[in-house]
Design a protein around this ligand. Sequence first.
Ligand code: ADP
Length: 494
Amino acid sequence: MIKKILIANRGEIAVRIIRTCKEIGIKTVAIYSDADRISLHVILADEAYPIGSSHSTESYLNISKILNVIKKSKADAVHPGYGFLSENADFATSIKKIGVNWIGAPTKAIKLMGDKIAARNVAKKHSISLIPGSKNSIKNINSLTRIANQIGFPILVKAAGGGGGKGMRIVYSKNELIAAFDRATSEAQKAFSDSRIYLEKYLEDPRHIEIQVLSDSNGNHITLGERECSIQRRHQKIIEETPSPYIDDTLRNELSKASIILAKACNYEGAGTIEFLVDKNKKWYFLEMNTRLQVEHPITEMVNGIDLVKEQINIANGKKLSISQKDINPSGHAIECRIYAEDYLINFQPSTGKIIDYFPPAGPGVRMDEGFIRGQEVTSHYDPILAKLIVLANTRKEAIAKMDRVLTEIKIIGPVTNIPICKDIINHSTFKNGTYFIHTLNQILPEIINNQTKKIELSNTALILNQHQKKIGQIKTDDMQSNWLESGINDGIE
Ligand code: ADP
């Protein structure tokens, strides 16, 4: 049985894994780069080891350094979290080779489903509906134009080994095709050391809906409902909710059935996610499978009352799933906002600096998966995600009201965060009505940014007025002023 887990990750996901381990009596080992010397995951873990400079290739992506810490700490298992090495089959293999338990997907499944072309072929073999596209990677310009014409524009040029929206290009007409293909190829080579590109029909206004799967090593597979992830900016999710306001039980069952077929097809073990796109006519298509814990997994945990990390550890211990499909009965409505350190007024540029102060959100049905503490430095070395704010309520309307309340309450003082943007999104009519698609945020963002800019201008004018009035003795409330200033540091407005 697993007794000590090394978490090969950082930030909020490392903290989240450590928290479950503590609850079930498993010791934890943190690794950290120079930039993360003072950080929450290091403080919370039972042991912490430095692994090198801040550049991820020198630390969190460096397999041999991590293997050294595993040996030194005598950890008997590794949890990779998401990102970094979580879907790296070589890492999984090298962990298993030294007799250490890998709390992740089987190597074969990582390889098969991590390759988007191979995954599409698995789905095709099992008659799962696919977005029209090329069967293989594009070999030359002739086949590029021929296949593109067959599919019909608009087309998405996609990296076979891609992820996180990288190596993806939308092409609206024939004359943009070759340039887009060349750019995607070099981006894919640089980011994933895999230059293979394939084509997919670009769906104009779909929803991104995904199914959580749990599979044990005894061949049992269950699904835990869907997550609606259509609030995206540059193909990156920002706000997720479950249940989806878009789908009914019939569609939910169809997606679950397809997910089980795919989990079985790749002999899956552990927690995995099958992603689908659903179009305006509710026709659905398999998009890809993520063979790891997903960023947005907490909303599934909230409505199901299940700890997915605990389930992952049970599965890695060779145990049967502690729950069967008939036990899965999600209740209530959960929403997650990803809190990013980014400056929405400068084109969402990552915002860095010390966390000067932090007022955590609280109250019934509120969960904050944060990866930082006061005094911690936010650097530009890693993904700008600071935390995930999750709420659970009985109904969708109540969940939105709760999220609105907590987004007002929470204060992160230091780097600029996207908190005001999340607040404006959940209060936007398209979110409130549940009628949004994956491009909705791009459409409403200019209006949201404009409103934010106006608010800041107004608050600056009010601040000058206030200071002036104070000078002439009309207002003496120093405290009021400093409170106002402090909250202004957080989101620049309130
Ligand atoms: P990644 O591995 O980067 O997450 P995905 O294939 O999952 O790449 O796509 C990420 C996002 O890109 C999707 O959620 C969706 O918004 C968009 N996308 C991907 N494929 C298509 C498509 N064929 N048509 C329209 N949008 C797509």
